[in-house]
Ligand binder design. Structure first.
Ligand code: SF4
Length: 1002
C-alpha cells in the first residue's frame, strides 16, 4: 500500500495515517498524576504465523476461534488494516459486568504486550451463547478509560472539596480495618455495605456475615422490589424465569427485547420464538423497539396494567379456557374458600361455601373467581388503560391459546413505577397459573429453579442484630432494604453509620431525591467514614473519604449465575491479564499486580481487610478467612474458588477430569459450566426420605420438605402452603386484609388519572426507561456507548406539544413535587398523550473541569447551596474533546450529555413492597423562559421531606399489625437473614411518623 493510498484512506475514514498512529503517545496522566494504561503500538510479527480457518461442516465460517485454539490464537490486527500485522493472543474467558445478565466474554490478550485487544462473546456460555449487546465489547473502553482511578485515594480537604492524596493499599487496609474493628467492638449495626450491582453470587454476603453485623444494604428497592414481592407471594420465588424459546405466547411488561432482564440472553430467545411463530404482546406506554416488534402493543396508562391482565383472566375463567386440572392440583383454592368472606359480599355464594364445610368443591372456587372478577370486562379494562378494546381481546386470545406455553415477564417498568405495582406482577403471574404455564416448557419458571449458587467452604452463622436503617419497623413486608430512604432516616436521627462502603453504587445520582443524599454524604456525624469501591469516578465518590479502585469485568474474580433460560449454569469472571500471566508461567500474588495501576478486586480486598480487622482471631472474624487447605493461614482467592469448584458444583469435577484438568483449571479455561441443561416443573419432583403426615405435608426431621398430591410426596412450592397462593394468608395476617391486597387485584396508583389533573397542566413523568446502550451510571466512561447515546430528551406526544406550543429541540421546564428541571423536548407519537418520558441514564456531572467524571460524558456544573434546604445545579459546560492516552478522546464531537432528572424526584416508598414508585406527577410542564437553561435543576429538600412523610403515613407498621410479635414474616426473603431472636419487635421502639410542618417552602 503506497503512502498516497494510505493517506487517502485515512482522510476518507477520518483517521490518521498509520505511520502517525504508531508513534508512542505522550504519557498522559490520570487525576492522581500517574501514568495511564497505554495501548500497545507494537507491530512485531509473531515468529511463526499460522492462521486458522474455522469452518463449520455446512460451510459457514465460525465467528469464534475453537476452544482448543484459545491458548494460542493468531489473527490480523484489524486496527492496523490495510497492513497485515499478525497478533498472537491467549484468549481468556470472563463475564460481562455491564448489566445483570452475566453474559460470557472472551478477552483477546496479546501474548507479546499483555494488551487486551478486544472482548468478544464466549461461545460456550449456555446463557449468552457467544452473543453480547453493545455494552459487552465496550468493556474494552472501560479498561482503557484514560480517566479511570488507578490508585487508592484518601480525602485531604473537606468532604466534596475534591482534594485527594494517593495512598498505598497497605495504608488503606490498616486505616479502614481499624475503623471496622472499633465499630464492631461497639455494635453490630455500625458497618454498612451498600451495593448497587452485586455482579456476583454469595461472596460478599459471606464476608458481611463473617463480620457478625446486619450490614447488607442494596439497590433493590429502586429496581425490583415491586415485582419481587408480587411473585414471592404466589410461589416463594422472587423473579420470573420465562422459557422464551419454546413459548407460544410471550407477554412482556416493559421493553425486554431491547433492554430488559435478561437483555441479551432473553432477546435472542424471544426472537427465536418469534421466528417459530410465537405471538408477542407488550405493555408499554412508550413505543419501544420491543413494542414495535410485537404482535400486540398495549400502550396502557401507567398503573392500569392489572386491569387488563385480570380482564384476560376473567375471559379465560368465564369461558372455561383455563387449565383447570393444574389450578385444582396446585393452587390453594381450599384455603381461599375458607376466607371467601374477605373477598366477596355475595351472600348466596358465601352460604353455599359455608354449607360444604370441610369438603369444598373446586366448582365453588370457580364461582368465587367469577364473582371476584365480575367487574373486569374488556370494556372496563379498555377504559382504565386507555387502549382499544379489540387489542385487549386479541391479547386475551393469544394468552388463552398458549396452552402451558406462556412466557411472561415484568421486572422494573410498571411493577416499580406505581404504588401497588407489586399487584401487577401478581396479576401477570395469575395468567401463567391459569394457563398452566408454571415452569413448563415454554412457560415461566421461578428464578431459583434456573439459577445455580454453590456453597462456599464454610458458612458463618446468622448474626443476632437488626439494623433499623435497613428494614425499619414501618415496612415489615419490604423486599428488600429501604435503601433509597437511608438519608431520610439519618435526617430523622434514626441512627448513624461508622463505616459506609458503597460499591458499584452512586447513591446521590441514581436514587430519587439526590440532594437529601448530598446532605447525608456531607454529614460526618451521620456517616463517619465513607469508602467508595469503584472503578471510576462518580458523583457520590466525590464525597467519600477513601476512593478505592476496583476492577472492571476483565479485572476481577466472581462467580455468577442467572436464570436466562430453563437450565442452570455457573460462570467464572476472571482477571484476564492475571490469567494470561499465569499461562505464561508468571503467577502474581494479588490481582492488582496484573491490573492497570493498582486496580484491585473486591475478593482479595475483603479477605485482607477482614483478616486485619481481627488480627489475632479474638473477634471470631479471622477464622472465616483462613484457608481450607493451609491451616491457620489466610486464604487466597484461588483457594476460595478451588474449593467451590471441587466440592459444590455437581458434575464439574467429572467434566474436568475427562479433560485431565482440575475443576479450577477447567473453569479458568472455559469460564463457564452447565450444571443442568433443562429444569422443568421441579415442584412435581418426587420427594424421597420423608413421610406424609395427616395435614398433607411431607416431613423430614421435623421440617416440611414437600406436599402430598394424589398420595405422592411432591416438592411443591416454597410458600407456607407449598402451593401457589392465590389467597395470600401472609397479607391478611400482616394487616392488609382488604380484598385488593389478599388476591390478585388492581391497586390505585399514585399516578392514576384521578390523581393527575390534566386541566391544570399536570402530566405523568415516566422517568425510568433504559436505553440498550447504556447502563445506569457506569457506562459514562465507555466512549463507544456514549457516541451512540448521549441525550435524554423529553418524549412528548404531538397533542401535548401543540397544547404547550413547543417544537422538537426547544427547552421545556418540568416541575415535580419537589423542584424542577429543564430539558429539550422530542415530539413523537411513540408516547401516550398525557405522559412524558425520559431515559434515566444520562445527565452525569462533575464539579471540577479537569478532575473527576469523564469529560466526554459529563457536564461541568455549578452546585449552589441556596440555604434553608434549597439547591440548584447549573450546567457550565457540556462534553468536550481532550488530549489523553486515548486518541479517541480528541475526537469527541458531541456536547449534550443529558439532564439529571432524579434530583427532582420525591421519594415514593410503596407501603408494602417498599419499592420506590418511580413515576412522578409533573405538576407543571411548560416552555422554558429565556432565563431557564438546559440542564438546570432546582430542589427544595423541605418539600422532599414532606413527600417522604406523606408516603410514610401509608405504612402499617409491625408494632401494630404483626401477628406474632416479629418484625417481618420469617418466610420472606432477606439478602442476609439474622437469627429468629433478632426478628422480635423491641418493646421500646417508637414508630414514626412525627410529621413536622414543612418549613422554608415559600
Ligand atoms: S446483556 Fe449486554 S451488558 Fe448485559 S451482560 Fe450481556 S453483554 Fe453485558
Amino acid at each position: 500500500m503506497s503512502d498516497m493510498i494510505e493517506k487517502l484512506l485515512a482522510t476518507l475514514l477520518r483517521t490518521e495515517p498509520r505511520t502517525k498512529l504508531r508513534k508512542t503517545h505522550s504519557q498522559m496522566t490520570n487525576t492522581a498524576g500517574e501514568d495511564l494504561p497505554a495501548f500497545s503500538e507494537t507491530d512485531l510479527q509473531p515468529e511463526k504465523v499460522e492462521m486458522t480457518t474455522v469452518q463449520h461442516p455446512d460451510g459457514r465460517m465460525s465467528q469464534y476461534p475453537p476452544t482448543e485454539k484459545w491458548d494460542d490464537w493468531v489473527e490480523w490486527d484489524g486496527k492496523l488494516w490495510p497492513q497485515k500485522v499478525a497478533r498472537r493472543y491467549t484468549l481468556v474467558p470472563t463475564v460481562c459486568f455491564n448489566c445483570e445478565s452475566a453474559c460470557g466474554l472472551l478477552a483477546y490478550v496479546d501474548k507479546t504486550t499483555l494488551e487486551i485487544k478486544k472482548f468478544e462473546g464466549n461461545p460456550v456460555h449456555p446463557g449468552s451463547r457467544g452473543r453480547n449487546c453493545a455494552k459487552g465489547p465496550a468493556t474494552h473502553n472501560q479498561v482503557y478509560d484514560p480517566e479511570r482511578i488507578l490508585y487508592p485515594l484518601k480525602r485531604v480537604g473537606k468532604r466534596g472539596e475534591g482534594k485527594w492524596e494517593r495512598i498505598t493499599w497497605e495504608q488503606a487496609l490498616d486505616e479502614i480495618s481499624e475503623k471496622m474493628r472499633t465499630s464492631r467492638k461497639k455494635r453490630q449495626d455500625g458497618i454498612m455495605y451498600h451495593v448497587g450491582r452485586p455482579g456476583e453470587d454469595g461472596y460478599t454476603n459471606r464476608v458481611i456475615s463473617a463480620w457478625g453485623v446486619d450490614g447488607h444494604n442494596s439497590h433493590t428497592n429502586i429496581c425490583s422490589s415491586g415485582a419481587r414481592i408480587g411473585y414471592y407471594l404466589w410461589a416463594g420465588f422472587d423473579r420470573p424465569s420465562p422459557d422464551h424459546t419454546h413459548a407460544r405466547t410471550i407477554l412482556l411488561i416493559s421493553s425486554h427485547l431491547e433492554t430488559g432482564h435478561y437483555f441479551n440472553p432473553h432477546a435472542q430467545r424471544i426472537i427465536e420464538a418469534k421466528m417459530n411463530g410465537a405471538k408477542i404482546i407488550t405493555f408499554d406506554p412508550r413505543l419501544s423497539n420491543t413494542a414495535s416488534m410485537s404482535d400486540v402493543w398495549l400502550p396502557t396508562w401507567p398503573g392500569s396494567e392489572a386491569w387488563v391482565l385480570l380482564a384476560i383472566a376473567k375471559y379465560m375463567i368465564d369461558n372455561n379456557l383455563y387449565d383447570r386440572p393444574f389450578v385444582e392440583r396446585w393452587v390453594n383454592w381450599e384455603e381461599t374458600l375458607q376466607h371467601a368472606d374477605e373477598m366477596t359480599d355475595n351472600a348466596d355464594l358465601l352460604k353455599r361455601i359455608q354449607a360444604v364445610g370441610d369438603t369444598p368443591t373446586f366448582e365453588l372456587f370457580h364461582e368465587l373467581l367469577q364473582d371476584i372478577y365480575v367487574d373486569f370486562s374488556f370494556e372496563r379494562a379498555a377504559e382504565e388503560s386507555q387502549v382499544p378494546v379489540e387489542r385487549i381481546q386479541e391479547a386475551a386470545e393469544y394468552v388463552a391459546q398458549s396452552k402451558g406455553q406462556l412466557a411472561s415477564h415484568t421486572w422494573r417498568s410498571a411493577s416499580i413505577g406505581n404504588e401497588g405495582g407489586w399487584q401487577i406482577a401478581r396479576a401477570l403471574y395469575f395468567l401463567n397459573v391459569l394457563t398452566g404455564s408454571v415452569g413448563t416448557k415454554g412457560g415461566t419458571a421461578g428464578n431459583s429453579w434456573n439459577k445455580f449458587v454453590p456453597k462456599p467452604f464454610k458458612t458463618p452463622p446468622a448474626f443476632n442484630a437488626w439494623n433499623e436503617l435497613h428494614l425499619p419497623i414501618e415496612w415489615p413486608l419490604a423486599h428488600y432494604e429501604m435503601s433509597f430512604l437511608l438519608p431520610h432516616f439519618l435526617k430523622e436521627d434514626r441512627g448513624d453509620v461508622d463505616v459506609y462502603f458503597t460499591r458499584v453504587y452512586n447513591p446521590m445520582w441514581i436514587n430519587p431525591d439526590g440532594f437529601v443524599w448530598l446532605e447525608a454524604l456531607q454529614d460526618e456525624e451521620k456517616i463517619k467514614c465513607h469508602v467508595a469501591l469503584t472503578p471510576t469516578w462518580n458523583e457520590s465518590a466525590w464525597f467519600a473519604d477513601y476512593v478505592l479502585p476496583m476492577g472492571h469485568a476483565g479485572e476481577r474474580h466472581d462467580i455468577m449465575s442467572q436464570e436466562t433460560h430453563a437450565g442452570q449454569w455457573i460462570a467464572f469472571r476472571q482477571p484476564v491479564r492475571r490469567v494470561a500471566l499465569e499461562r505464561a508461567g508468571k503467577p502474581v500474588k494479588f490481582t492488582y499486580e496484573a491490573n492497570p495501576g493498582e486496580v484491585w478486586e473486591e475478593n482479595e480486598w475483603w479477605i485482607e481487610v477482614s483478616a486485619r480487622m481481627d488480627p489475632d482471631g479474638s473477634m471470631g472474624v479471622r477464622q472465616w478467612f483462613e484457608s481450607p487447605y493451609r491451616e491457620g493461614e489466610i486464604i487466597t482467592v484461588d483457594e476460595y474458588y478451588q474449593w467451590i469448584f471441587e466440592n459444590s458444583v455437581p458434575g464439574l469435577p467429572e467434566a474436568a477430569e475427562k479433560e485431565g484438568l482440575s475443576p479450577l483449571a477447567y473453569m479458568r479455561k472455559y469460564g463457564v459450566f452447565e450444571v443442568i441443561a433443562e429444569n422443568y416443573q421441579p415442584y412435581e419432583k418426587t420427594v424421597s426420605g420423608g413421610e406424609i403426615a395427616a395435614d398433607g405435608f411431607v416431613y423430614q426431621e421435623g421440617k416440611v420438605t414437600g406436599i402430598a398430591r394424589n398420595g405422592e410426596a411432591k416438592a411443591g412450592f416454597s410458600t407456607p402452603s407449598k402451593k401457589l397462593e392465590f389467597y395470600s394468608p401472609t397479607m391478611a395476617q400482616w394487616g392488609w386484609t382488604e380484598k385488593e391486597y389478599i388476591v390478585p387485584y388492581p391497586l390505585k396508583s399514585h399516578v392514576h388519572p384521578d390523581n393527575i389533573n390534566v386541566d391544570q397542566g399536570e402530566m405523568l413523568l415516566l422517568p425510568n426507561f433504559r436505553l440498550p446502550t447504556l447502563i445506569h451510571t457506569r457506562s459514562a466512561n465507555a466512549k463507544w456507548l456514549y457516541e451512540i447515546s448521549h441525550k435524554n430528551p423529553i418524549w412528548m406526544n404531538p397533542l401535548d406539544a401543540k397544547r404547550l406550543d413547543v417544537q422538537t429541540g426547544e427547552l421545556v421546564r418540568v416541575e415535580t413535587e419537589i423542584g424542577y428541571f429543564v430539558d429539550k423536548v422530542w415530539i413523537t407519537e411513540g408516547i401516550k398523550p398525557g405522559v412524558i418520558a425520559m431515559s434515566h441514564h444520562l445527565g452525569r456531572w462533575r464539579l471540577q473541569d479537569d478532575v473527576g467524571m469523564n469529560k466526554g460524558a459529563s457536564n461541568v456544573v455549578d452546585l449552589v447551596d441556596r440555604g434553608a434546604g434549597q439547591y440548584q445545579l447549573n450546567v457550565l459546560k457540556g462534553a468536550t474533546a481532550w488530549e489523553s492516552s486515548d486518541p479517541d478522546t480528541s475526537r469527541i464531537w458531541w456536547e449534550e450529555v443529558g439532564v439529571h432528572q432524579n434530583l427532582t424526584h420525591g421519594v415514593h416508598p410503596d407501603p408494602i413492597s417498599g419499592a420506590h414508585c418511580w413515576l412522578q406527577k409533573a405538576v407543571n410542564v411548560r416552555k422554558a423562559t429565556a432565563n431557564e437553561k438546559y440542564g438546570e435543576v432546582w430542589v427544595d429538600t423541605n418539600k422532599s421531606m414532606a413527600v417522604y412523610y406523606e408516603w410514610l403515613a401509608k405504612t402499617r407498621p409491625a408494632t401494630k399489625d404483626s401477628p406474632d410479635g416479629l418484625r417481618r414474616p420469617l418466610w420472606l426473603k432477606r439478602p442476609l437473614k439474622p437469627v429468629v431472636e433478632a426478628y422480635k419487635v423491641p418493646e421500646n421502639i417508637t414508630v414514626a411518623p412525627i410529621i413536622p410542618e414543612p418549613a422554608g417552602t415559600d
